[in-house]
Unconditional design. Structure first.
Length: 622
């Protein structure tokens, strides 16, 4: 098998899995799970061969032709694609294994695994695509997969509402993305990434801020950036393994990957705005996480915050200190992608750890109704602790290296952004310590937590593997083939400036940990912040009123505008224009039909009337 055939096969295999399950195995749940797991295994093995075999390919097949424009199925596998593929393949396979245990008795098990395979197919398409049309097609497919899996428990009104909300909010971002694609074709005359890159390299002035910002709308929706972040916490209504795969490690990270893939289309002025959006999202997500009680929603807001880190890192590349624009942008890309990789592993670990807890506690998700789980679930506790420490940036773990690379980039380029991101790191340590102490320490608070016990190896095995990656993913020897590629521009640990950044990072970590420990203690039964400072708690619980503003807009503006359009459509267009014309024709036909009586005398009178009218017309009277 050639390299081209292997790449195409990796794309086709999960699609065939979804097709077989959807058509043939809808009632055979175990067979459906086996097919989906086998497809994920093939993707994993083939991806590792591509990545570590240092295979890099670019090729395309003609798909459709419209006049002079040809739509191609184009494939471009480089170091950047290898990074995301590494996360998708490894995390995707482990979550398939975890799902065997988590979804064991679910009546919709076959439908669930079909959705996972469809998502893997869609995500692989984004990884490999070499043109904006193909990216957009698979972009919409991952949105469809997300919708189907969030709505897995469709009998629950909250799940149906969350799926609808995710779909609609993402359509807003994707609409901007589509306009950006159309503008790009009108501006460049092509949508092929290679061709557009060559045009920009030949004439950098060809870049347009509007195009860059419209293309950024793709990440604004999929990666949960302000103001289109509101769908991601609600997406936790889906099964927890879905939250780990789609809404933490892969799909939501695709927006950052796309920005890095098309960085040459985004001018520095647009990147500066992107940087501020990312910084604002980072601190916003961490503030909202402080008051959440649902273990999955805490991690959801944490994901929003960390995605903000990545977006800010990408934008920081536009702030040039040494005058070398290309090197600076590559440093931003490297730091963003580095954190994407490490975050993919430790956040998937945290979500699956949460899933293990939820499963053992009979689907209890409120951390204040847990407690004492460290003794009852030792493997889950140990692995969750590793994920927690990686997220807050414990030195030596994966998150420390990638987070500090972003902090160093901010320190060197924009101190205000550095302070925002450092404050975010402090808040992250605070709310994650609160979660960790409340759920795993103290005494069990409910029968569900008292009866909890460790899950079987299908669920604990993936936790152990992800814990290993959460420790080692920050070290180059884990993936040298890609570390020496796109990650070579990541700021390295050298010089006094980096020492300052690392020192500040450790200080805020310790401060956040101690503040949560001293304020909440171990195994708290209620939220002290809510009792002591209800005003602050209420404001943070309002999530800065984004949902309230959107709800008011929909009910008071959009619905009224829709009512006006409905009136125009039914009364003016259908009633007056369409049906009015039809009514006039009907009236005329009624009159002419009445004239045809079948009576000979009546016809003579009509003839006589016609002759008189004709004579008057000839005489000029009429």
């Amino acid at each position: 098998m050639s390299n081209e055939q292997l790449i195409v096969s990796l794309l086709v295999v999960p699609f065939l899995s979804a097709l077989v399950i959807g058509v043939l195995l809808r009632r055979n749940h175990d067979a459906a799970a086996a097919v989906s797991l086998a497809a994920a295994g093939v993707v994993l093995l083939g991806s590792l061969y591509l990545i570590f075999g240092n295979i890099r390919e670019e090729f395309s097949y003609e798909w459709m032709t419209f006049g002079e424009y040809t739509v191609s199925l184009g494939f471009y596998f480089n170091d950047l694609a290898a990074l995301l593929l590494f996360v998708v393949a490894v995390v995707g396979f482990l979550i398939h294994v975890f799902s065997l245990g988590y979804m064991k008795d679910d009546p919709g098990k076959a439908r669930y695994f079909a959705g996972l395979s469809l998502f893997m197919f869609s995500m692989m398409g984004i990884v490999f695509a070499n043109n904006l049309i193909m990216i957009f097609i698979f972009w919409e497919l991952v949105g469809l997969s997300s919708f189907l899996l969030i709505n897995h428990y469709y009998h629950k009104p909250s799940a149906a509402a969350a799926a609808k909300k995710a779909f609609i909010v993402n359509r807003l971002g994707d609409f901007g993305f589509l306009i950006g694609i159309i503008w790009s074709y009108w501006h460049f005359g092509t949508l092929n990434l290679f061709d557009m890159a060559a045009l920009v390299e030949a004439d950098p002035d060809v870049l347009h801020v509007g195009i860059g910002l419209l293309l950024f709308c793709s990440a604004l929706g999929k990666s949960g950036q302000i103001p289109l972040h509101v769908w991601l916490p609600d997406a936790m209504e889906g099964p927890t393994p879905v939250s780990a795969l789609i809404h933490a490690a892969t799909m939501v990270a695709a927006g950052i990957y796309l920005l890095c893939r098309i960085f040459f289309l985004i001018p520095p002025d647009a990147m500066v705005l992107i940087m501020w959006v990312g910084a604002a999202t980072a601190v916003f997500g961490s503030l909202c996480a402080i008051v959440q009680t649902d273990i999955k929603k805490i991690l959801a807001y944490s994901t929003i915050s960390q995605l903000g880190y990545m977006v800010a890192a990408f934008g920081l590349g536009a702030l040039v200190v040494d005058g070398d624009t290309q090197t600076a942008i590559q440093a931003g890309i490297g730091a963003a992608m580095f954190h994407l990789v490490t975050h993919g592993f430790f956040k998937a670990l945290l979500f699956l750890g949460a899933g293990s807890v939820i499963h053992a506690c009979h689907h209890e998700q409120n951390i204040y109704r847990m407690g004492g789980l460290r003794l009852r679930m030792p493997i889950t506790f140990a692995t969750f602790t590793i994920g927690f420490l990686a997220l807050v940036g414990m030195p030596g773990l994966a998150g420390f290296f990638s987070k500090d690379a972003i902090l160093y980039l901010a320190w060197e380029n924009n101190r205000v952004v550095f302070l925002i991101l450092a404050a975010t790191a402090l808040l992250t340590a605070f709310y994650m310590t609160r979660l960790w102490l409340t759920a795993f320490f103290g005494e069990a608070k409910t029968d569900a937590s008292r009866d909890a016990s460790e899950n079987d190896w299908l669920m604990t095995g993936p936790l152990v593997v992800l814990a290993i990656f959460s420790v080692l993913a920050g070290y180059g020897f884990m993936h040298p083939a890609i570390f020496d590629g796109i990650l070579r521009e990541v700021p390295h640990a050298e010089g006094a400036a980096f020492a300052w950044v690392a020192g500040i990072s450790v200080v805020v970590l310790v401060a956040g940990f101690l503040a949560a420990w001293l304020y909440y203690g171990a195994g708290a039964r209620e939220d002290r912040l809510e009792k002591q400072y209800p005003g602050i708690h209420g404001f943070l619980a309002s999530k800065f009123f984004f949902d309230d503003v959107y709800e008011w807009y929909v009910s008071h503006v959009q619905q009224r505008f829709a009512s006006v359009l409905n009136f125009i459509d039914h009364i003016v267009i259908s009633g007056v224009i369409v049906r009015g014309a039809a009514g006039l024709v009907g009236l005329l036909s009624l009159g002419t039909r009445a004239a045809h009586t079948g009576n000979l005398h009546a016809y003579v009178y009509w003839i006589f009337l016609g002759v008189v009218l004709l004579w008057l017309f000839v005489r000029g009277v009429l």
